[in-house]
Ligand binder design. Structure first.
Ligand code: ATP
Length: 487
């Protein structure tokens, strides 16, 4: 649809865009990204034919852009106009109708049924129809933005050029506008080339992006390919970190921890309270957490950690909601809380703090083996009968993602060893139990102080976790077994 070869150009003999080359396919949503002054708007002006190039060529549907008359070009390509003062004196309908200019015949301007329909449809698509008779100047910035988009759409273009289309729009309108634009590329084959400052929106909605730096293409490809952390850091000269959208493969870009925001804290047993109904740890600052908890499993940042005792016969249709209600009833905020459950008597809890070179860990284990299982047997069994080992590990240190995951592995292996040393067996298979069917684990770290890259058995954090989880699991297990013997 659009092909650009060796394109160069600028202002007053000064080259701004230098030897740029790319192509955009029909029905593609194509993003142009880059820092301030990198040449995005200049490139867009050359694309729309407003600014002549000094080198290279732009082909639209195989024909040089310079070979199109202004009107011909306007039929193929619409540009989201900048907010211009003259448009403010019009009604919304009048402003949108300007988009039909390119469809009027030069000699006998006439307003056809087709023009009327195109204007109405464009207003409907952008949600500005309710304001049709209002003056543009009486609308909010976001509403005006949508009027200008409607004006561009009324042109019925094959190509839509947009400069920051979500400027002035709140997050809900950004989402609805970009989703609508995206569906037009898919359903109507509309080709969109758009400048974005918001890398994350571009990443979510664009099929491909081009990253400009100093008038040249620094990177191009799908957002996944083009938005690489080292390139972004260099192009934007900013401490940027690439993350992932939780439910989408698109990369998301955030600023790395800004300095000076740390609240120095030490997670300690003072923050822990153990009652017969629940064990609670409350931190004054959120801790980075990885868990398999009932409430807020996965990675997140939380301040409050609850291990609730439930009766052996506990049953709920919605365990998660039940635990959220319980958390609320304790006056805690469920949004900030990781919640687990156990039928184990909480008096059997084992707590241990261990200090190491530059870091410390707090381990809290409640162990019961009523539901012991040998995971390696792959045997059919009833799951869910209470009898769980819940393991909490709090680290005063800064953990990498691999350290979080290795901590889970190391803690699980230590737990298994503790079960073996007490001869716990799977009642179904009569083989040594590796855990129970409903064990849960939580690793939480203040993300301050010493960097701890690894947590396997050879790493200092792994050694600390391994020993501490083993000791706590044994201690809690012994109390549980003692209680069983006495029952
Ligand atoms: N009309 C002009 N005359 C002279 N120089 C200009 C003109 N318009 C832009 N420039 C210069 O060209 C360079 C690129 O500007 P351009 O507007 O293309 O950047 P951009 O990537 O769109 O930036 P931004 O993100 O800030 O909108 C800048 O150094 C700018 O000062």
């Amino acid at each position: 649809m659009i092909r650009i070869h060796g394109l160069s150009g600028g202002y007053n003999g000064k080259e701004i865009v230098k030897d740029v080359q790319f192509s955009v396919r029909e029905g593609e949503f194509f993003g142009i990204l880059g820092p301030n002054g990198s040449g995005k708007t200049t490139l867009m002006k050359m694309l729309s034919g407003v600014l002549p190039s000094t080198g290279g060529e732009i082909l639209i549907k195989g024909k040089p852009v310079t070979a199109y008359s202004r009107k011909e070009l306007a039929k193929r390509m619409a540009v989201l106009p900048q907010l211009s003062a003259s448009a403010f004196d019009m009604t919304v309908r009048e402003a949108v109708s300007i988009g039909r200019y390119s469809h009027q015949t030069a000699w006998f301007p006439s307003w056809s049924e087709e023009d009327e329909q195109a204007v109405t449809l464009a207003m409907q698509d952008t949600g500005v129809e309710p304001y049709a008779e209002r003056q543009v100047q009486s609308l909010s910035g976001g509403e005006q933005q949508r009027v200008f988009l409607a004006q561009a759409l009324a042109q019925n273009p094959d190509i839509l050029l947009l400069d920051e289309p979500t400027n002035h729009l709140d997050i809900a309108f950004q989402q609805s506008l970009l989703s609508r634009l995206k569906s037009w590329t898919k359903d109507r084959g509309l080709t969109i080339v758009s400048i974005f400052h918001d890398l994350n929106m571009a990443s979510l909605y664009c099929d491909r992006v081009l990253l400009m730096n100093n008038g040249r293409i620094s990177e191009s490809g799908t957002p996944y390919e083009a938005l690489q952390e080292p390139v972004l850091k260099q192009v934007y000269s900013a401490d940027i970190k690439r993350h992932y959208h939780p439910s989408h493969q698109s990369p998301q870009v955030i600023l790395n921890s800004p300095p000076g925001l740390e609240n120095t804290i030490l997670i300690s047993e003072n923050m822990l309270s153990c009652e017969s109904t629940h064990i609670l740890l409350q931190s004054p600052v959120p801790l980075k957490t990885l868990s398999s908890a009932v409430v807020h499993a996965g990675f997140g940042w939380y301040t409050t950690f609850v291990n609730r005792h439930v009766d052996l016969n506990y049953h709920s249709e919605d365990v998660q909601m039940d635990l959220v209600r319980y958390i609320q009833a304790q006056g805690l905020d469920p949004n900030e809380t990781v919640g687990m459950m156990t039928a184990v008597k909480l008096a059997d809890v084992a707590v241990k703090t261990s200090y190491h070179e530059g870091f410390s860990i707090l381990t809290v284990v409640t162990a019961g083996t009523g539901n012991a299982a040998d995971a390696s047997a792959g045997a059919d069994r009833l799951s869910g009968s209470p009898g769980t080992i819940n393991t909490w590990i709090f680290v005063n240190g800064r953990l990498s993602d691999e350290a979080f995951i290795q901590a889970v592995i190391t803690a699980s292996e230590s737990k298994t060893r503790a079960l073996a040393d007490r001869g716990i067996t799977d009642p179904y298979t009569h083989t040594p139990a590796t855990g129970t069917t409903t064990d849960s684990i939580l690793i939480a770290a203040a993300q301050q102080g010493k960097s701890l890259q690894y947590a396997g058995p050879a790493a200092e954090l792994g050694q600390a976790i391994g020993k501490s989880v083993y000791d706590c699991t044994l201690q809690s297990l012994d109390r549980y077994l003692e209680r069983k013997r006495n029952d």
